[in-house]
Design a protein around this ligand. Structure first.
Ligand code: AMP
Ligand code: MG
Length: 274
């Protein structure tokens, strides 16, 4: 898993990262599917512990090009978690009140509280991606945001938030296929947006923006994982395993009940014998 974590000081060149890669799993796709299922169940148990202990906060950030698989990860990886303790937040084009504030304002309101696991489907990173590629603000404004973001995430981390960031790396050819699927399949038509084709034309600009973001904002306290994502099974395999292993390393414990429970037990036992 460490292979896919971007370390501070790395110089990522995305053209060197093969989106078809599945080299760190030697079994078959079927074997991987059953491992993913086990990891999802384990994640469900870890999330229950997270909610019960109410000590840590967990933030998972998903970023990708259109069709990159963010929705697929949400559906699959969190399928065994309890919706009471998990929330997915999708960041769209800012609303008028959001646009009236600084770009972190809407984001900070959605960060996890104690015991919560929050998944960001897109995030504040849009403010150095789409915003940069389309010159929605001038360079002297967006170029300062990498430092803001590192400081913001440091604050969250220092205050008890585990932050895990995943960039789902697909190829342009794979995106073409997935867009065609959305046009072919009536059940997928709704996911197609005409604007996706315009963004696709800016593919190289987006890759440059992603490279900068990976190189400037992968920190020890909020690392990026560069996930090869042409194969959905490999993507889900890596992400489910990484999240489980990071949550397990929090060494969470169920709260200790200090009271003597035997009197309550005796009371209930007496009732059943009545
Ligand atoms: P989707 O995730 O497919 O529903 O699309 C959401 C759209 O909102 C994408 O095109 C994003 O680029 C766009 N978006 C998200 N955040 C921002 C932002 N801060 N500024 C401009 N556009 C954004
Ligand atoms: Mg879309």
């Amino acid at each position: 898993m460490d292979h896919y974590r971007v370390k501070p000081g790395d110089k990522i060149d995305l053209s060197e990262w093969n989106p078809d890669d599945h080299s760190h799993y030697s079994g078959s796709k079927e074997d991987a599917e059953s491992e993913i299922q086990s990891a999802c169940v384990q994640l469900g148990l870890l999330q229950q512990l997270l909610a019960a202990e109410r000590k840590h906060k967990v933030l998972v950030i998903l970023q990708a090009m259109d069709t990159g698989g963010k929705d697929g990860v949400v559906r699959r990886v969190f399928s065994e978690t309890n919706p009471q303790g998990v929330r997915v937040v999708s960041f769209k084009v800012p609303t008028a009140p959001e646009a009236d504030h600084d770009y972190l304002w809407r984001v900070h309101q959605q960060t996890p509280g104690k015991g919560e696991l929050i998944v960001f489907n897109r995030s504040h990173y849009e403010d150095v991606l789409v915003v940069r590629v389309h010159n929605l603000v001038p360079k002297n404004i967006w170029s300062k945001r990498y430092d803001h973001i590192n400081a913001f995430e440091k604050t969250l981390a220092d205050e008890g938030t585990l932050i895990l960031k995943f960039y789902l790396h697909i190829s342009k050819a794979e995106q073409r296929q997935r867009l065609l699927d959305r046009l072919e399949d009536p059940a997928k038509n709704w996911k197609f947006a005409a604007g996706d084709l315009k963004e696709r034309e800016l593919w190289n600009d987006y890759m440059a923006a992603y490279e900068d973001l990976l190189n400037k904002t992968s920190t020890t306290y909020a690392p990026w994982y560069l996930i090869p994502a042409n194969h959905k099974w490999y993507r889900d395999f890596l992400i489910s395993k990484i999240i489980c292993s990071e949550l397990a390393s929090l060494d969470m414990k169920y709260p200790q009940i200090v009271e003597d429970l035997s009197t309550y037990r005796a009371q209930l036992e007496k009732e059943s014998g009545a």
